[in-house]
Design a protein around this ligand. Structure first.
Ligand code: NAI
Length: 306
């Protein structure tokens, strides 16, 4: 049943919406009146295989409660396919108002063992995919003078995590892409924001549970339901978010955070210019108290989800 009209008649393309967080985005958008293009390639967590029935199953769920949706089984990692998704939205529903770049895979490996293939696969789906789908929608957003981009990022990139050089680099790259889109398209009334979710999807289920510490962490993560991310995404897709752009939010169960963005925290200058010796003697001792530790996401978010 439709429960509200927050995004009534808006057309939103959600990538990777056949399961996990994306599926909940599609359902929540449709319940608030949106017409949804449910994209999903139907791959495994590491990006293998292909199952087009996953996107269709979500479309069937939406239609079952009287909502409007259409399935798309293309890959975001392909420029032509990204254009086909946007074309499908416009041909099926007459327009496109929102893009949620949510599709994702993992190929975790310590940096010193990571293959070029593992690097490329993750960059292709996350960073290149976010660019392709966003870029394909841009002419429509520009000509209609409205549109909302929402990109899923991760504290693995914003803060740090072990064994995820490919994923961290892609996700921090997406944060920069979002800021660039927000700036380049502000004059067309187009907005771009990021959400860094914490949710117990199959992606988190892939975290090893060998040590007691890892086991306890996964038990905490299980409390973070995937559907808790959707209210913020629906809001950002709506006209109520007209003055919200260029921001990075994080959502964890019932908590919502506004994340900081890069700014200088200490500065020093000298009239003579620096030498390696004076850098060592003056700059580093002055700045060292402000250095960041090699924090992982869970070192910063070190309390239980609310
Ligand atoms: P998930 O694995 O349940 O969903 C990802 C979906 O993307 C899958 O259905 C998959 O088939 C689809 N997909 C993968 N490659 C694709 C491609 N090339 N084209 C189209 N679809 C493709 O994962 P989850 O957890 O729902 O993740 C959603 C997003 O949130 C991802 O971008 C992920 O990186 C991000 N994220 C999730 C976190 C979490 O705690 N679950 C934490 C931080 C970020």
């Amino acid at each position: 049943m439709q429960t509200g009209t927050f995004v009534q008649d808006k057309v939103v393309l959600v990538t990777g919406a056949g399961g996990g967080i994306g599926r909940d985005f599609a359902l929540a958008l449709a319940r608030e009146g949106a017409r949804v293009v449910v994209n999903d390639l139907g791959v495994s967590v590491n990006g293998e295989g292909r199952d087009l029935s996953r996107a269709q199953a979500v479309v069937d769920e939406i239609k079952a409660f009287g909502g409007e949706a259409v399935a798309n089984g293309d890959s975001v990692a392909d420029w032509d396919a990204a254009n086909r998704m946007v074309t499908q939205a416009v041909e099926t529903f007459g327009r496109i108002d929102g893009v949620i770049n949510n599709a994702g895979i993992l190929r975790d490996r310590f940096f010193f063992n990571m293959s070029v293939e593992e690097w490329r696969a993750v960059i292709d789906v996350h960073l290149n995919g976010a660019f392709y789908v966003s870029r394909a929608a841009a002419p429509h957003f520009k000509s209609q003078q409205s549109g909302s981009y929402i990109h899923m990022v991760s504290t693995s990139g914003l803060i740090g995590n072990l064994g995820q050089a490919n994923y961290s680099a892609a996700k921090l790259g997406i944060a920069a892409l979002s800021k660039s889109i927000a700036m380049d398209m502000a004059k067309f009334n187009v907005r771009s924001n990021c959400i860094s979710p914490f949710a117990f999807s199959r992606m988190i289920g892939a975290i090893p549970t060998e040590t007691p510490e890892q086991k306890a962490r996964v038990e905490r993560l299980q409390k973070m339901e995937t559907n808790k991310i959707a209210p913020l995404a629906v809001f950002l897709a709506s006209d109520a978010a007209a003055d919200v752009s260029g921001q990075i939010f994080a959502v964890r169960a019932n908590e919502i955070f506004l994340m900081s963005q890069m700014r200088p925290i200490r500065g020093m200058h000298t009239e003579q210019g620096w030498t390696p010796q004076t850098v060592a003697e003056r700059v580093i001792p002055a700045m060292k108290p402000s250095f960041y530790k090699l924090d992982r996401s869970q070192d910063v978010f070190d309390w239980d989800p609310v």
